[in-house]
Write a protein that binds this ligand. Structure first.
Ligand code: GDP
Ligand code: MN
Length: 396
């Protein structure tokens, strides 16, 4: 699950990580009130108005702006709220901004220049260990840094049994070129950040930039946080942070009825039982020259109601030109599934406007094939996997 910047910063603060403080607002009026409150709490006169969408690169797209007065807080919030923000990380049509974060200005002048770093914590799947990835090149697109100056990106792997050791936090601060108070603060920052990552069961904390202020404080100016969905049951308060407006509506609908659905770019709709078979089915479609439109695991009980729900979900995607149903009848008998498909098809009538290829294998597969062939519906049956994929290709 992805979080908004303001939510990520809330978690960071709970774990004692220094942050650029802010208050979220949904109207220009609330934005002005937030700015006034922040001025009381922090003494800041200037504020940054930051669009809250699940995408980075907001600064470049006009979604992060400095306001030097309350009038500017009002007018900038008015412009950003409701806008379609287009950044390199959004779809081409952009994302609608429903909320802005009003944050204290932290790039104030002082004894030294403020400087920006990049720090993230994530799992290195190759070694099975968490790692801290960091760079002096903060505030920039990290992919560009990785491509053009990879030697400026460092990593520090953490032993799962030992956790982050104090010398490792110091090493990060040292490699970032810090000394004195800033060095101490960075050590604290890294230690708390790692606690936040582990404590919230996250799969990513990316802080870009981490700022060294002109008075040597170390704070998170941005926060991209991804939480592990499988661990959310341990954090009901984080589950409440889910913003359904940011999620694919079909995926949300599927989740509500207990189907696991992932939207993809191709044109072959897939209805499969079991995640492993679903993956294999997508591979086979690709191998036959096609392109899957979705991943859909209907689970163990492929009855008529469930099959119908699944058809309706798949057909919401206008890209779908054919549907491949690939069900292995182990516990559930193939003829029962076939009957479910025929019933669902009859129920839905004109709603099914693309060819359907059904491959049923397992218990009573032959009877299932006969049932489908005798139904007189626009459904083709197959028993072999390859045969099914080829029929899909021919139907496109
Ligand atoms: P992103 O563009 O989506 O990654 O959003 P960020 O939160 O990283 O903000 C983008 C940029 O806005 C930062 O790299 C900073 O240069 C700038 N910025 C953020 N906060 C402040 C601030 O308090 N004052 C000023 N002057 N600039 C800021
Ligand atoms: Mn950023």
């Amino acid at each position: 699950m992805n979080l908004h910047e303001y939510q990520g910063k809330e978690i960071l603060a709970q774990f004692g990580v220094g942050i650029q403080r802010g208050i979220v607002a949904e109207t220009p009026q609330a934005a002005v009130e937030a700015a006034e409150k922040l001025t009381e709490e922090t003494g800041t006169g200037w504020h940054v108005i930051k669009a809250q969408v699940h995408a980075g690169g907001r600064g470049k797209g006009g979604g992060v702006k400095l306001a030097k007065s309350l009038e500017e807080v009002q007018s900038i919030s008015d412009t950003i709220l409701g806008m379609q923000l287009v950044t390199p990380q959004t779809p081409p049509e952009g994302k609608t901004v429903h909320q802005v974060l009003i944050a204290e200005d932290v790039y104030y002048p002082g004894a030294s220049e403020p400087s920006e770093f990049y720090v993230s914590v994530l799992l290195n799947r190759a070694t099975g260990k968490n790692m801290i990835m960091y760079s002096t090149e903060g505030g920039m697109d990290i992919e560009t840094v990785a491509e053009e100056t990879p030697h400026l990106i460092f990593t520090e792997e953490i032993d799962p049994g030992l956790g982050l050791l104090p010398f490792q936090a110091r090493k990060v601060a040292f490699n970032l070129g810090l000394s004195g108070q800033a060095f101490k603060q960075m050590t604290k920052f890294i230690t708390a950040l790692y606690k936040a990552y582990v404590g919230s069961d996250a799969s990513l904390f990316e802080i870009n930039p981490v700022l060294k202020t002109s008075d040597d404080k170390i704070i998170a100016v941005d926060a991209k946080v991804v939480l592990d969905d499988n661990a959310l049951y341990r954090h009901p308060d984080y589950e409440a942070m889910r913003d359904l407006r940011e999620e694919n509506p079909v995926e949300v609908e599927a989740k509500a009825v207990g189907l696991s659905y992932v939207d993809l770019d191709g044109n072959v709709g897939c209805m499969v039982n079991g995640a492993g078979l679903a993956m294999a089915t997508m591979d086979l479609i690709k191998q036959a020259g096609g392109d899957p439109a979705n991943f859909l695991d209907v689970g163990g009980t492929a009855d008529a109601a469930r099959v119908e729900t699944a058809f309706r979900l798949i057909l919401q995607d206008p890209k779908v030109k054919a549907i491949l149903v690939n069900i292995f009848g182990g516990i559930v008998r193939c003829d029962r599934v076939a009957q479910g498909i025929v019933d669902a098809y009859k129920n839905m009538g004109d709603a099914i406007n693309v060819p359907i290829i059904v491959r049923l294998q397992g218990t009573n597969a032959e009877q299932a094939k006969e049932l489908i062939d005798a139904s007189g519906l626009n459904v083709q049956s197959a028993i072999e996997f390859k045969e099914a994929a080829d029929k899909v290709q021919a139907a496109l």
